[in-house]
Ligand binder design. Structure first.
Ligand code: NAP
Length: 336
């Protein structure tokens, strides 16, 4: 048996924001599984900011992608053939299978999902990397206390929307920063944030200052750059800055150097700490269980931004990098 696979590979390295020409859609045949292997049919593909980093020549915490290599990404799919006792045909699984419709590989590299607990695609969003990043970044690094003012950037995105709701649950005053009016409405309306500020507004810095008169105790930073520079100017004494992501910098050929006002760390005796989610791996299951309870109780809500078809993955990815996504960016490859 063989499967016709379609996959998106890196065709050339982007200079600045990626363009459709940096990607190529290729077809190949995939053979049946060998001993210990399964074939997975992809149903959902996750689009994440780290994938942009992998397209560049400079290595970060993961090596750069080679030209011609399949774009990396989390996938939720179903087993369609198996030579492993660990997985049966029809099982839902999650793994780093990349931007492609089929995958053959060892069963041991996949995590089996229970579709009765949550929709399988949640394993890429609120119960996956973004949800876990929000959970551990906020609770372990940000350590919010009741009454704290918490600011989160890229607040309506996959990570940010969970951060803000968890901070509300900790009794904090929560301010979200996002890039459009409808996102601000989502944050204060649907998610119960206390205030939301547009990073694109002309008076952004002044509006932000008005929104946090007592200063910022916890800044969950998804973006870096000028947005973070504006937040730094409002840090409260002994503030915690959670350095989660730097999406404002990934598409620049040269860093804009912001935030340049890190003297506030001294004046406010503040702490700035970065983290990689992998550190908390041993505690993922416990965090997923807690997040599942909160979702079931409607204490955590989330949005997903769904694009149809592998051929549209590049355009959806480019859109996400410039803020066009409304919630967790996913590509539906078969759904379910
Ligand atoms: N440390 C870790 O282990 C870890 C793990 C997972 C994710 N992350 C990081 O978490 C961050 C959020 O990831 P996500 O998956 O939740 O993505 P996301 O927030 O769903 O999507 C990215 C958002 O970034 C914002 N953005 C884009 N360009 C920007 C710019 N120049 N300045 C300010 N904001 C900009 C846009 O929102 P607006 O237009 O609304 O501002 C866009 O919607 C990323 O930086 C990612 O790298 C870190």
């Amino acid at each position: 048996v063989a499967w016709k696979n379609r996959k998106v590979v890196l065709a050339s390295r982007p200079d600045g924001y990626p363009k459709p020409a940096n990607f190529e859609l290729l077809e190949e045949d995939i053979d049946g599984p060998r001993h210990g292997e399964v074939v997975v049919e992809s149903r959902w593909l996750s689009l994440d900011p780290y994938q942009r980093g992998r397209m560049s020549q400079t290595a970060s915490y993961a090596p750069p992608l080679e030209i011609g290599e399949t774009m990396p990404g989390g996938v939720v799919g179903r087993v369609v053939a198996t030579e492993s006792p660990a997985l049966s045909i029809g099982d839902w699984v999650e793994g780093l299978l990349g931007w492609q419709e089929f995958h053959r590989g060892p069963a041991s590299s996949l995590r089996r999902l229970d579709p009765t607990m949550a929709p399988p695609r949640a394993a890429l969003g609120v119960l996956g990397i973004p949800g876990l990043t929000a959970w551990f970044g906020l609770t372990e690094i940000g350590r919010p206390r009741p009454g704290d003012t918490v600011v989160v950037s890229a607040a309506s995105g996959a990570v940010g929307q969970v951060v803000g709701q968890l901070a509300k649950m900790s009794g904090c005053r929560v301010i979200g920063i996002a890039g459009s009016v409808d996102k601000l409405e989502y944050l204060t309306g649907e998610l119960g944030f206390d205030a939301a500020v547009s990073r694109r507004e002309e008076n952004f810095a002044a509006t932000l200052r008005e929104a946090c008169p007592a200063g910022v105790d916890v800044y969950f930073d998804n973006v870096g750059g000028p947005v973070s520079e504006a937040v730094f100017a409002n840090l409260a004494t002994r503030a915690r800055v959670v350095v989660c992501g730097r999406i404002s910098q990934v598409n620049l050929s040269q860093s804009d150097g912001a935030p340049r006002n890190d003297q506030f760390l001294i004046v406010k005796e503040a702490c700035m700490e970065g983290f990689l989610l992998q550190r908390f791996g041993p505690h993922f299951d416990a965090a997923r269980a807690r997040l599942s309870q909160l979702i079931a109780a409607d204490a955590i809500r989330y949005r997903e931004d769904i694009t149809e078809g592998i051929e549209r993955a590049p355009e959806a990815f480019i859109g996400m990098l410039s803020g066009q996504n409304r919630g967790k960016a996913l590509v539906r490859l078969g759904g379910g």
